[in-house]
Design a protein around this ligand. Structure first.
Ligand code: CP3
Length: 342
């Protein structure tokens, strides 16, 4: 029997709601911070497959979430495409050479940088019970491209958006190169034991409607088609953060199995406008978990009630913040587990 999460992603409107949290493996957990201090740095953790497996399992042991998301990062794909990658504390990721002046042709692929990630998936799956779903993931081409082009994170992705207008053909080549690696990478995770995968398009929200069609919907649709051709049973969750009203077109046109909803979207709107019966995931505000006011339970129930008419995976609207108290996460879990249908 598949677990509650996999059941939901396959389209069953289950009586109880599965829950996992984006960024559930990470800095708000003291056991993560301890291991990170010992191993020295984020990339060292990702490439130590025992450590990465252990970190993936930490939130499952502590909270019993329904899904275990692989501990890795969306920027492993540019690393495997041949960019140098570093994470410096307090500064965020750095990639070089930057692709802003079309250095794509200068990169030499290093595909063996993906292999340890599959090993982590295998190690985690072997330690999970059948009730817990192993989740793989990748960044979507647009979001990954914003880091590859600028060489770092940016507030409004201006450099990448400008490049896409200035040189659409050149930018298309970057997006296609990322998409190609991403398909293999997701299939590799599935073959190693991932039972569902999520595509993170974290910066989808800064694109105009036409650019959203070209750089978000089109490449995600291509990835979904190619992964599904090889693994038709594996649900694919698409999460274009910040898509706003464009989320409905994304859900229809990419053919993802389930769609992530961020906290800026009214769940009643999403429940009404997304294709009937399509599973949704979200959309609790992570700052409500951080704040932990008495509103926490009430708002959680509001989200659960709004999505009662379709399959729903309870999650946040984006990643859990590093200063979130554990006790607030426990309250959220109790509220979700105690929910009954209105
Ligand atoms: O628990 C999980 O969700 C699984 C692991 C995971 C990480 N990153 C670990 C991580 C996942 C799914 C991601 C996705 C990711 N990475 C995204 C998409 C989702 C989102 O958050 O928008 C993006 C844009 C990245 C790129 C990235 N990675 C940035 C910008 C940073 C630095 C900023 C930050 O939050 O520290 C990272 C580092 C990173 N990835 C950390 C973790 C736990 C922090 C590393 C540390 O210092 O310990």
């Amino acid at each position: 029997m598949p677990g509650l999460l996999l059941d939901t992603l396959r389209g069953t409107n289950t009586q109880e709601r599965p829950i996992w949290l984006m960024r559930q493996a990470g800095r708000y957990l003291p056991e993560y911070r301890a291991l990170r201090a010992e191993k020295g740095g984020f990339l060292a953790l990702v490439y130590d497959t025992d450590a990465a497996a252990e970190i993936t399992l930490q939130p499952i042991r502590r909270f019993g979430f329904d899904g275990a998301i692989l501990f890795s990062d969306i920027l492993i794909v540019p690393f495997a495409m041949g960019q140098d990658l570093s994470f410096t504390a307090g500064e965020g990721p750095r990639l070089s050479p930057r692709l802003v002046d079309n250095a794509l042709g200068a990169l030499t692929a290093v595909p063996e940088r993906l292999t340890p990630i599959y090993e982590t998936v295998r190690k985690v799956r072997a330690q999970l019970g059948p009730e817990t779903t192993m989740l793989g993931f990748a960044g979507s081409p647009w979001t990954v491209a914003t880091y590859m082009v600028a060489g770092e994170g940016s507030r409004d992705q201006a450099e990448t958006r400008a490049l896409a207008y200035r040189d659409p053909e050149g930018f298309q080549a970057i997006v296609e190169a990322i998409a190609e690696v991403t398909v293999d990478y997701l299939c590799g995770q599935i073959e190693a034991g991932a039972e569902a995968v999520q595509l993170f398009d974290s910066w989808a929200g800064t694109l105009s409607p036409q650019q959203f069609e070209r750089w978000v919907i089109a490449p995600n649709a291509r990835i979904v088609e190619a992964v599904r051709a090889r693994h038709p049973q594996t649900p694919i969750i698409g999460f274009p953060k910040g898509a706003g009203e464009k989320l409905a077109a994304y859900a229809r046109e990419t053919r993802v199995d389930a769609v992530g909803v961020d906290e800026t979207i009214d769940p009643l709107w999403a429940a009404r406008e997304l294709p009937e019966g399509m599973p949704v995931q979200g959309n609790f505000d992570p700052l409500l978990v951080l704040a932990g006011s008495e509103d926490l339970e009430r708002q959680a129930i509001r989200v659960l009630d709004a999505f009662a008419g379709r399959p729903h995976v309870f999650n946040l609207g984006h990643g859990i913040g590093q200063h979130t108290p554990i006790a607030h996460v426990e309250r959220l879990l109790a509220a979700v587990r105690g929910w009954t249908r209105p």
